[in-house]
Design a protein around this ligand. Structure first.
Ligand SMILES: [Zn+2]
Length: 248
């Protein structure tokens, strides 16, 4: 997969980096990423991935824009209220970078359709806001063997982790959340700039993972405290009894 003269110029500040170079930029062009949720996390991650030259983006979100989204979702403007987020985010990507193929899916991802929606991607970023979606996405990612970057932000707490088959996201959170379908942001509030921090971090982690920059982050969850501004890292061991990835 080669880069045109226009792409070489466009990505010049990437390509000059020793860790990226032309080979890394071609890996990004070849990559296909599914982003679940065009909300606060997606609003930061989607533009970063599109600008970076990720070749294919699938944006999955069933919601329409509401006024209460705007403090953390700068992908959208006041005039977008009532319009579907997936389509708006895809239009944003098309305007930003003609070299990105973007596919909007205005669907709610569930355990019934997750495998079908995610098949064929090289990486999944889950920026959804509820455990039912996160666990369905995790199960499908494990089944398909697709690396999962799981990102979440609520109040002043953010977390981003990379999972690839084992350990998986369920090894991290266990089975306590299956019955819940909580919309954290709606109930608890979240600082808009925190979701942007977490979304940008998820994009960086994804890009590094695809290009092969830095240490493998598999099984590490990065936790950010938006009040103290501290990051810390926890390592997640594989749970032998995990319902998603254990003894499979
Ligand atoms: Zn697991």
């Amino acid at each position: 997969m080669s880069l045109s003269d226009e792409e070489l110029e466009r990505y010049a500040r990437h390509i000059v980096l020793l860790q990226v170079g032309g080979a890394g930029q071609r890996k990004l062009k070849k990559a296909s990423i599914a982003v679940i949720g065009a909300g606060g996390i997606g609003s930061a991650a989607i533009p970063a991935l599109a600008a970076a030259g990720v070749g294919r983006l699938t944006i999955i979100d069933s919601d329409v824009v509401e006024l209460t989204n705007l403090h953390r979702q700068p992908l959208f403007s006041e005039a977008d209220a009532g319009k579907p987020k997936a389509q708006l985010a895809a239009a944003f990507v098309e305007q930003l970078n003609q070299f990105v193929h973007v596919a909007p899916k205005q669907e709610r991802i569930t355990s019934e359709n997750a495998a079908e929606l995610l098949a064929g991607h090289d990486l999944v970023i889950d920026g959804s806001d509820n455990f039912a979606t996160r666990l369905a996405v995790n199960e499908a990612s494990v089944e398909l063997g697709i690396p999962l970057v799981s990102a979440a932000a609520v109040q002043f707490q953010g977390q981003v982790g990379l999972f690839r088959s084992r350990p998986c996201y369920r090894c991290f959170v266990g089975d306590a959340f299956d019955a819940e379908d909580c919309d954290n942001c709606a109930e608890l509030g979240v600082l808009g700039a925190l979701t942007a921090t977490v979304g940008s971090f998820a994009a960086l982690l994804s890009i590094n993972s695809i290009v092969g920059i830095g240490e493998d982050q598999l099984g590490r969850v990065h936790i950010f405290d938006g009040e103290t501004l501290d990051w810390r890292v926890i390592r997640i061991p594989a749970d032998p009894g995990c319902r998603a990835c254990g003894s499979a």
